[in-house]
Design a protein. Structure first.
Lengths: 229, 250
């Protein structure tokens, strides 16, 4: 197997003995992780936006890796401190590498399914575009959640090898919460990814910084409840 | 009741008392000399793990070329039986659609198979994953050939398109289930703690193949004149099945 394929295979297998060296030193591996997030995240972002229009697909291809890097960057300090507080021997840059590894696995998983997503999308009826948008969004939210779970399961093996079972689990759980909490808000700011068919195509929404993901979620939830009551 | 820890263990409980070490999976049997097509077909059906072991551990010939031909010929043959239901142009169109549709699906699903095999802990090069995929398609094809007489009888006795579709769907589901099993077991060969990621891939592959059968429709009904070989109207496969059933009931 040549270099890149071997790295992909090693990362996805999550072999703790070999991946420990990636966390501890690997400068070349950092470029591999960043490269795989840019490329695979870009491919996946493209599939997210293509239902709306090719322009939206290109915007989403640019924004999806940005979303990941922004989540890693803004949470770097917190993730590093959590590792220290939980007694895990990871320095700041090592915790960044570990989080990047989990996002890289998630992106590889999503990009590998890219041809399947394209094929299923190609078979969607154009007359059903409105409903398609809703199901397309739901389908991909499930896929992103699955990719996140897979990425974190692989990271767990590594953290357990580095810090032991209890500390590894606690650290992963706290990172997961922190990344999820910030990631949702960042995805709100960087929206649209899917591109609502009733709103024009744009890189950012004009009201990008108004409200938050959680406020909007609450409003949607209340709306749903009112429909049922 | 008095008990004495120094008492020797009663021979009838000896098996229970002695901790039994966990059984290690026995290594696959060596494949003998393979002379021609039938040796490979027999090996694939009787000793699938040995075939996979040969391929994964470079122990000898892999049979990928043979399996490729088995896949192409058997799928075309099953397509011919499907085409007999409507006759005319479908006699050559359905075999072509069967082979091309399955090939395209395999290519679409190949990148994810490689990633899923890595996620499952298998240390396999992409080329070998592809060979295992071809082997899986050959298993599916051979089972389709096994069902061929059954499908042939129904083709000449059944009149309803949805019923015939159901028969072919059942036959195909059984065949593809064995193909998925071959792929899963082969790629997890020698992986001590395999996980269930492959089941997700199996679902992806099956859904993609089912959608392909709708994309390339009509596979069973007649090919009407002046109509495109592949329907231009896009449909989700479940919707298509529902529409076909409604038409039949009307």
């Amino acid at each position: 197997m040549n270099g890149v394929v071997e790295d992909i295979s090693l990362l996805c297998r999550g072999e703790p003995t070999q991946l420990k060296s990636w966390i501890r030193s690997g400068r070349t591996q950092i470029s591999f992780l960043v490269g795989s997030i840019i490329l695979c995240g870009g491919i996946y972002g493209f599939t997210l936006g293509i239902l709306r229009s090719p322009e939206q697909a290109i915007y989403a291809a640019i924004k999806f890796p940005i979303l990941i890097f922004a989540t890693v960057f803004f949470n770097a300090l917190l993730n590093g401190m959590l590792a220290m507080m939980l007694g895990v021997q990871l320095r700041m840059e090592e915790s960044i590498r570990a989080v990047l590894m989990s996002f890289s696995i998630a992106c590889l998983f999503l990009a590998s399914l890219g041809p399947v997503f394209f094929f299923h999308l190609w078979n969607w009826s154009p007359s059903d575009q409105g409903n398609s948008f809703f199901y397309w969004k739901l389908y991909h939210i499930a896929m992103i959640a699955l990719a996140g779970i897979i990425g974190n399961v692989r990271l767990l093996n590594l953290l357990v090898a580095v810090a032991g079972h209890a500390k590894g689990q606690a650290l992963l759980f706290s990172w997961l919460l922190a990344n999820l909490f910030l990631g949702c808000q960042l995805s709100w700011i960087l929206r649209p990814f899917f591109g609502n068919p009733n709103i024009g195509v744009s890189f950012f929404r004009e009201d990008a910084l108004e409200r938050s993901f959680y406020e909007d979620f609450w409003v949607t939830f209340q709306g749903l409840m009112n429909q049922f009551s | 009741m008095d008990t004495d820890n120094n008492d020797p263990i009663d021979p009838q409980y000896e098996d229970v008392a002695t901790p039994v070490p966990p059984l290690e999976p026995s290594p696959p049997e060596e494949l003998g000399p393979m002379n021609g097509l039938f040796d490979w077909i027999t090996a694939l059906l009787r000793q699938p793990t040995s075939v996979a072991d040969n391929l994964l551990n470079d122990k000898g010939p892999t049979g990928t070329n043979v399996f490729m031909w088995v896949f192409l010929i058997c799928h075309a043959a099953y397509g011919l039986i499907m085409g007999l239901f409507s006759g005319d142009a479908q006699l050559y169109l359905v075999p072509l659609k069967m082979v091309l549709g399955t090939t395209v699906c395999a290519l679409i699903c190949f990148p994810s198979l490689f990633i899923f095999s890595c996620l499952s802990g298998a240390k396999v090069a992409p080329g070998k994953v592809f060979s295992i995929l071809v082997g899986g398609l050959a298993v599916c094809s051979l089972l389709l050939m096994g069902f061929l007489p059954v499908s042939f009888i129904f083709t000449f006795s059944a009149e309803s398109v949805p019923f015939m579709g159901l028969v072919h769907l059942g036959v195909w589901l059984v065949s593809i289930a064995f193909a998925c099993r071959y792929i899963r077991k082969s790629l997890l060969l020698g992986v001590p703690q395999g996980n269930n990621f492959f089941y997700i891939w199996n679902i992806v592959m099956i859904l993609t193949l089912l959608q392909m059968s709708t994309t390339l429709r009509p596979m069973l009904g007649p090919q009407e004149e002046n109509h495109p070989v592949v329907s231009a109207k896009k449909k989700f496969f479940m919707v298509h099945w529902g529409d076909a059933l409604d038409e039949e009931l009307d």
